[in-house]
Each structure stands twice: as C-alpha cells, then as structure tokens.
Design a protein around this ligand. Structure first.
Ligand SMILES: [Zn+2]
Length: 338
C-alpha cells in the first residue's frame, strides 16, 4: 500500500513512554541462542512484550503470536470513516507495509478481513480505563496438547484475526481547542493500535517503536506517517523474526491451578468447539473457545504483569458458560467413582 513515500526514514524517535513498570523477566538470551535472527534487530524491546499465556498440566508457557509471513492481510476500514479518517488509516497501513515485517495489507470487506478497524465517537474503553484506542488480537493454538518443551521451542500458533477500535474525538480534554482528533493524531493512534493488532501486546518502556505509549506530542508521529515516511521498528521486526508461537518463558505451577483449562479443553473438544484462542492485554488475558463463530466459553487471567513477575498466584476464572461445562465434566467424573 502507498508508494511515492519519501526516502527519509522515519524511525519513531518521537515515541517515548509515560508510564513505567518493571520489565518482565523473559529469557531472551536463550531465545536468541535458538533463533539467531533476533540478534539482527538491534535495540528491539521484546523484553517488554506481554506474551500470550498458555497454562496446561502444571506449566504456564508464555509465547509470541503473529500473523503468518509472507502474507497479504485483508483489512476492513470502518464504513463510517470520513475522508480524513480514511486517509489517516491508509497512511498508517502504508507505514506498516514499509516496515519489512513480511505482511502487506489490502482493503477487504468485514466478513473476510483478518483485521477490522472501527471508529468510536468518543474515548474507547480499555483494560486500564478510557483511551484513544484499543486492539485485540486473537492467537489460535493449533496444537492444544500440554507443552513439554522449554524456552525457545515453538508451539504451533498463529494470529487468527484482530480488531482495532479508534476514538474519533476526545471531548472535555483541557488545552485542546477541539474535541475531534486531527488527521495526524488519528494516523498516529491507528499506527500504534495496528502494532498491537500485529501481535505486540504490552507497552515498551522506551525504544523506537510504535507500540511504546504515545507521547503527548503524538501528532508529530502522525504527520510523519501522513508524509509517507518509511517505518523502522526494530521491536516489530524482532517479533516477526521469531516463529509464531515461540516460547519466551515457562513457569511451573501447582497442577490444580491449570486444571480449569485442562478440563475445559476436554469438554470443548467433546463438543467440537474451535480454539483455544488466546488474548492478552495490559492487565487481563483470556482463553476462549468458539462455536459457530461466536465465543462459547472462556477463562480469564487477571493481573498479567504480576503473573509475569511470578506465576504462583495463577487463577483461571471461568465465565458462566465455562462454569457450566466444568460442572458437567465434574458430574461425569463423579459417575465413574465407585
Ligand atoms: Zn497501546
């Protein structure tokens, strides 16, 4: 997408981080030993990634997930986008096209698109309160058997699809002369959220990457995007240099803590549900199963940053449908008892 972009490379240097938290202890040295391609993306911030959690049989594996490459991903633009919003979104997609990830984008109808972009009239609800945007990217586990390997091994997984919500306006913010986001602001927010949609969850505390928290001056980033400058983003490049499903960390936990998923998986397979699909954000992660395209049951993990510091407190909280399935499986197990 795009073309005619300027030669001057835009490095994302304007991005910085406003919030700080401890870096998750991922053993990237061991990952790089297995996947030497990682070393060529100097300055990447993969250590700040929130990997997708995969808790099975007394082990919690944390893995990367991304779209397959090379690929051309269908993207559905919002049907209600005005011309300025359309220009902003196309510019953000063109910037990511130029980033050397191995993914390209083409516009597609919502039914077949892998990434769907939507506009919200006001602030978008997120894990951490109302925001400028939100992205969810669902990782499909292609082999849900218990993971027995170690860091650097690969679990078959891929991003199935992603959804991006963008705020079109921010009413009531002091020192803004209008509530609607400018074309440049929208382009910057779109680029950031599309970075999450491509599989990078969490917010690096620094580094030149679109997934770092947006600075107050994010319209400068948007102007660079609209000018068609090439995107250099070592962090997204590093994510795409690893096979999808690369295990970045493994924790041992008490077996009872993974039991809700171990049992739900059996029930889901009995019923022919699709999945599991993993999702992770700043604070919350979930593992869902689908039937007929809609979610049929899910487990939630809260306090992802705390889990990354220590997995001992892992809790898999079933939603009401998962609770019913688990209660049914318990009853059947009870039938087998003498
Ligand atoms: Zn973000």
């Amino acid at each position: 997408m795009g073309g005619g972009r300027r030669r001057a490379a835009w490095s994302g240097a304007a991005l910085m981080v406003l919030a700080a938290c401890a870096a998750p202890p991922l053993d990237l040295g061991a990952v790089a030993a297995r996947h030497p391609a990682l070393a060529s993306h100097f300055g990447h911030r993969l250590r700040d990634l929130h990997p997708y959690p995969w808790p099975r049989s007394g082990r919690l594996a944390w893995l990367t997930c991304r779209f397959e490459t090379p690929s051309e991903l269908g993207v559905a633009l919002p049907p209600d986008a005005d011309p300025a919003a359309r220009r902003a979104l196309r510019a953000a997609l063109a910037a990511l096209d130029s980033a050397g990830l191995g993914v390209r984008f083409r516009e597609a109808p919502p039914g077949v698109a892998r990434i769907t972009i939507r506009l919200a009239p006001g602030p978008v609800p997120t894990d951490t309160g109302p925001g400028l945007g939100r992205a969810t990217a669902d990782c499909e586990l292609l082999d849900p058997s218990a993971f027995e390997g170690g860091v650097g091994d690969v679990v078959p997984a891929r991003l199935a699809g992603a959804e991006v919500w963008l705020a079109r306006s921010l009413p009531g913010v002091p020192f803004r002369d209008r509530s609607e986001l400018s074309e440049a602001e929208l382009a910057a927010v779109a680029l950031h959220e599309l970075g999450h949609a491509l599989g990078f969850q969490g917010h690096p505390e620094g580094g030149r990457t679109v997934v770092a928290r947006l600075p107050a001056t994010f319209s400068a980033l948007g102007r660079a995007v609209l000018a068609g400058e090439e995107l250099r983003d070592a962090t997204l490049r590093a994510l795409y240099a690893l096979p999808s499903g690369t295990v970045l960390r493994v924790d041992s936990v008490v077996r009872a803590r993974t039991e809700p998923l171990d049992r739900l998986l059996v029930e889901a397979q009995r019923r022919g549900f699709a999945g599991p699909f993993l999702r992770v954000g700043d604070k919350v992660a979930r593992i869902g199963f689908r039937a007929g395209g809609a979610e049929a049951a899910s487990l939630q993990l809260s306090e992802v940053p705390a889990l990354l510091r220590g997995a001992g407190g892992l809790v898999l909280l079933p939603d009401p449908r998962a609770r019913r399935l688990l209660a049914g499986s318990e009853a059947r197990a009870g039938d087998l008892l003498p």
